[in-house]
Design a protein around this ligand. Sequence first.
Ligand SMILES: Nc1ncnc2c1ncn2[C@@H]1O[C@H](COP(=O)(O)OP(=O)(O)O)[C@@H](O)[C@H]1O
Ligand SMILES: [Mg+2]
Length: 262
Amino acid sequence: MQEAIRIENVSVIYRPKGSRKLLRQYLQDRLTGRRDEGFYALHEVTLRVGRGEGLAVVGANGAGKSTLLAVLAGLLEPDEGAVQVDGRLSTLMELGSGFHPDLNGWENLRLYAAILGMARAEVKQRAEAIVDFAELHGYMEQPLRTFSSGMVLRLAFAVAVHADCDVLLIDEILAVGDAAFQKKCHRRLMELRDRGCTLVCVSHISAMLESLCGRGLWLHHGRAVMDASYQEVAAAYTSFMNGTDRHLWDALPAAPVRTAGA
Ligand SMILES: Nc1ncnc2c1ncn2[C@@H]1O[C@H](COP(=O)(O)OP(=O)(O)O)[C@@H](O)[C@H]1O
Ligand SMILES: [Mg+2]
């Protein structure tokens, strides 16, 4: 299997910054050399994803899914471990990131395309197709703040799937838009994947995710607790979320806390 993504023992530690402290506590900490505790948003995650493979990342809120995607996108440098992502990257992260409310639709299209590394000539050549896909003809001259959130999403999605990418990262936005638009997105993602683009999707368990992703990764408190076929992961995670499997609860690791410099 040719690999597109390799991450080795990756940890991301968040440390509380600027939390208010009494002067006495502050001095005590200074004298004893104690520093604020950090916690692992990701803890020793190792993962390899092949070219053209679809990986669904599931987990409760705060499990570290977006952190993992940010590390893959190169937006976040891990505190420990190594990350390698081969080829061109396209990302669909939080709704509206990379967009500017005062610029009009066309300007935002070009801005986002530039962020994704599309050349000027490519953008020019594909702009019509992008607006077609987003079904936004007649709106593009207006400033983005007049767009509904669904329209912003359609624009973001359309740009991201028209960039030539080897790896596409999608965070929690698959389920937005009406049924017809979702179907169209699904078709497009299948096409990209069949052309060899690697997909990493954070989303809720769904039939759409199942057909896009053969594989699932379950994150829990920053750890990869299950890496298996999508069906297996979806079944285990669903029964965990429904609270039907107590054994699973007991088997899962508690949140690791690290005390720095104590
Ligand atoms: N910039 C940040 N500073 C401090 N803590 C953060 C930051 N971003 C995320 N976290 C924390 O890291 C954990 C993982 O967050 P995240 O990756 O966004 O989870 P998910 O996407 O699975 O809901 C959460 O507990 C969250 O509160
Ligand atoms: Mg998230």
